[in-house]
Design a protein around this ligand. Structure first.
Ligand code: C2E
Ligand code: MG
Ligand code: MG
Ligand code: MG
Length: 276
């Protein structure tokens, strides 16, 4: 009795494992196909200067437009792409498309906004990353000074030594570097000081509680003070209310991004609203 029950449990376990593996496999092959069929799209979220309230930059954020499932957010497929290595062609597509889009806007008369693109850990580990990006910039004609790459603290920590060489090589091309989701990792001041970076992006989890949550407000203010001491620019992400924006502005934050100003928009809508 106990033995057969054990066997049933075992069978149940392997069946559910198989189901999970199949679901994952189909997601993977669907994503692979989506990449080939160009079913990925970029949305663009404005980055706003705190003092002038003008749009000075834009972050490209990928979405998957599945014919059946609709618009799938990146949190649902970037981790899988990262695990399977698909992130390399996917990331290359994002970079090329975003650079091409910004260059097209500029050629059509838009002001020279900066373009922020997210880089995953796997992409950052590629030894020829800087060369590839340099080539892409040449192809599109986008000035390297307008490109900004976003890396998380954990990505930076994972690739300590060779990562530094990649950062230097990107910097040498004229590209700006920022740390995304700042405050959620474990970067020490000593570590930060050595990195050739230009900007910190305060993670939205700290912005959310401002101004009522004293801890969140204190952490955000501390990050801003730290950035200023290190001569880094600082942008707050996930700003949804005027109270949050006003607090951050008073604390000395340079720029913000968030639903208060605008959600990420499809390219055409972004151009219509912000590039005239
Ligand atoms: P992230 O780079 O930290 O991007 C910020 C996320 O916050 C975006 O989610 C954005 O839509 C969302 N957001 C913006 N303003 C607000 C706000 O006021 N309130 C709230 N609650 N959220 C706001 P999204 O587009 O779903 O992207 C999620 C994450 O997926 C990104 O976080 C980034 O880590 C990753 N991701 C997106 N596109 C790419 C990409 O092209 N390549 C890679 N490697 N990762 C990407
Ligand atoms: Mg980002
Ligand atoms: Mg972020
Ligand atoms: Mg994030």
């Amino acid at each position: 009795q106990a033995k057969s029950q054990g066997r049933n449990t075992y069978r149940y376990y392997t069946e559910s494992l198989t189901r999970a593996a199949n679901a994952r496999l189909s997601l993977e092959s669907r994503l692979r196909r989506a990449l080939e069929r160009e079913e990925l799209v970029l949305h663009y979220q404005p980055q706003v200067d705190m003092r002038t309230s003008r749009v000075t930059g834009v972050e490209a954020l990928v979405r998957w437009e599945d014919p059946d499932a609709g618009l799938i957010p990146p949190d649902r497929f970037i981790p899988l792409a990262e695990e399977t290595g698909l992130i390399i062609p996917l990331g290359a597509w994002v970079l090329a498309s975003a650079c091409r889009q910004l260059q097209a806007w500029i050629e059509a008369g838009a002001p020279p906004l900066t373009l922020a693109v997210n880089l995953s850990s796997h992409q950052f580990a590629q030894p020829d990353l800087a060369m590839h990006i340099g080539h892409e910039l040449q192809l599109t004609g986008l000035p390297p000074e307008l490109l900004e790459l976003e890396l998380t603290e954990s990505t930076l920590m994972q690739h300590d030594r060779r990562g530094m060489e990649t950062l230097e090589a990107l910097r040498a091309l004229g590209i700006a570097l920022s740390i995304d989701d700042f405050g959620t990792g474990y970067s020490s001041l000593a570590y930060l000081k050595q990195l050739p970076i230009d900007k910190l992006k305060i993670d939205k989890s700290f912005v959310q509680g401002i101004p009522e949550d004293r801890n969140d407000a204190e952490i955000a203010a501390t990050i801003i003070a730290m950035a200023r001491n290190l001569n880094l620019r600082v942008l707050a992400e996930g700003v949804e209310t005027e109270a949050q924006r006003d607090f951050l502005r008073r604390a000395g934050c340079d720029a913000y991004q968030g639903y208060l100003f605008s959600r990420p928009l499809p390219g055409a809508a972004f151009a219509r609203q912000y590039l005239r």
